[in-house]
Design a protein around this ligand. Structure first.
Ligand SMILES: [Zn+2]
Length: 172
């Protein structure tokens, strides 16, 4: 297998920042167990800092992210591991306001990428969200009813407001 050299130029800011980060690194003693027993499933949106949103820090919680904060097969796989082996006892599904995934449908995204780049992405299901509240309820219930999630784990849904930082719990 041939490999390419690491693209240093593209990551120069991140590498420089890491040099500073490790100077007073204070998490050496942590294990992989979530100390606050929490997992958060949220969107990849760059406005969300999940640990800060709930007043936590490194070591406290498992963070799972994807476009739209959807409960996919891979999220379920990860939550099985997290609940049985990594101390997770409560799961918060946290989509957000102003999410692009809740503003367009799959057809529009396929069309936009095709128009801009000439690439046909139709083999991918983007899992856009026509009704954010309904999708949240379905995703929360999907975890609750999944037979392989550890019993007794509590699952809740809340929507994060990108304009205020507030999370609003939703009955699911
Ligand atoms: Zn989003």
């Amino acid at each position: 297998m041939s490999v390419n050299s690491f693209p240093h130029d593209s990551f120069k800011d991140a590498l420089a920042a890491n040099v500073a980060y490790i100077k007073d690194f204070k998490y050496s003693e942590l294990t992989g167990t979530a100390q606050q027993g929490l997992a958060i499933v949220t969107c990849m949106d760059s406005r969300i800092n999940p640990l800060s949103v709930v007043g936590m820090k490194s070591g406290d919680a498992k963070i799972l992210r994807n476009a739209g904060a959807r409960v996919t097969d891979d999220v379920l796989r990860t939550l099985v591991l997290a609940t049985y082996l990594l101390g997770v006892e409560r799961i918060l599904i946290m989509p957000h306001t102003n999410c692009r995934m809740a503003q367009v449908d799959d057809v529009e995204i396929h069309r936009e990428i095709d128009t801009k780049y000439g690439i046909d992405t139709s083999e991918i299901e983007f899992k856009t969200v026509p009704d954010q509240r309904l999708a949240l309820i379905e995703d929360v219930q999907k975890i609750r009813s999944y037979s392989l999630i550890k019993s007794g784990v509590v699952v809740g849904g809340a929507i994060y407001d990108v304009a205020t930082g507030k999370i609003t719990p939703v009955d699911c």
